[in-house]
Design a protein around this ligand. Structure first.
Ligand code: ZN
Ligand code: MN
Ligand code: MN
Length: 277
């Protein structure tokens, strides 16, 4: 069975994401556990944790969590860096409480200080939070390659993984975003590109993928998601991926934009049909 679903809203209460997912047939989902556009991370109250865990048991939907957008683990500004670590620690704690196994994070921006400094900063940040992991594994997400961002080149992700003690304990892995890969110049419509990705990163370390089409052409460097089959990756591109067991065995999450022409769940069903399910 495919583990597939959408990034879902937690409006109202964290546990309501399960209901939204169940209504459209998700077997996986991604949520934020704190305000995605703020620094504040509020611990959920006990009844919400209880409801979340109960629905998790009852409904066959595997939840993963995405970090908010403001934290920047590659930052060389002390205040931002410290706040980012605090946010990561709090998100880890909440995930652990809720029984969420994977927390996905971007690496951030080196703010013009250079890639080397940024990569070191990320490795240090991961060391710092290693005591707060609980049962959670951190997944580093590849980026589209906008200015000063870290993590568009898979070699860089591999370097961080190699330099981190978390990796040795199996507590660090990757989440690959297909739109970001394509924007960074990896032609994921071809099997050849996936072989290269496997060689560079090791697909066994990838636990989740963000399945997004791309609004701009190969190598654009632009992070603009499109609906599955409507962008430059296209249905034939996704067909290649959905025939690859090294991909379909992972948790697949759609982060595609709302589109009034598409029914809820329709893109997920398209991926399922390309898989042959
Ligand atoms: Zn992301
Ligand atoms: Mn993504
Ligand atoms: Mn994106």
């Amino acid at each position: 069975m495919l583990r597939i679903g959408y990034h879902l809203s937690i409006a109202g209460s964290l546990d309501l994401a399960f209901d939204r997912g169940a209504a459209i047939g998700c077997t996986a989902m991604q949520i934020f556990v704190s305000n995605p556009r703020g620094w504040e991370v509020k611990e959920p109250i006990a009844t919400v944790v209880k409801d979340f865990r109960e629905k998790r048991e009852k409904l066959d939907i595997l939840p993963v969590c995405h970090m908010p957008y403001l934290p920047n683990l590659a930052s060389t500004k002390e205040e931002t860096y410290n706040k980012s670590i605090l946010s990561l620690e709090k998100n880890l704690r909440i995930c652990d409480e809720l029984g969420i196994k994977y927390l996905i994070t971007h690496l951030g921006s080196h703010l013009g200080k250079g890639k080397k400094v940024g990569l070191e900063s990320v490795v240090n940040a991961l060391e710092t939070v290693s005591k707060s992991l609980g049962g959670v594994t951190i997944l580093l997400e590849n980026q589209a390659g906008h200015a000063n961002s870290i993590g568009a080149r898979l070699e860089d992700l591999a370097e961080i993984h190699g330099g981190s003690s978390l990796a040795k304990n199996g507590r660090l892995g990757f989440c690959l975003d297909t739109c970001h890969l394509f924007a960074a110049g990896y032609d994921i419509r071809t099997e050849k590109a996936w072989d290269e990705i496997d060689r560079t990163l090791g697909l066994e370390k990838v636990h989740a993928l963000h399945m997004n089409d791309a609004k701009f052409e190969l190598g654009s460097g632009r992070d603009r998601h499109d609906n599955i089959g409507r962008g430059f990756v296209g249905e034939t591109g996704f067909a290649v991926m959905m025939k690859n067991k090294k991909i379909t065995s992972k948790i697949l999450i759609l982060e595609t934009p709302p589109n009034p022409e598409l029914a809820e769940g329709e893109e997920m069903d398209l991926l399922r049909s390309l898989y042959g399910q």
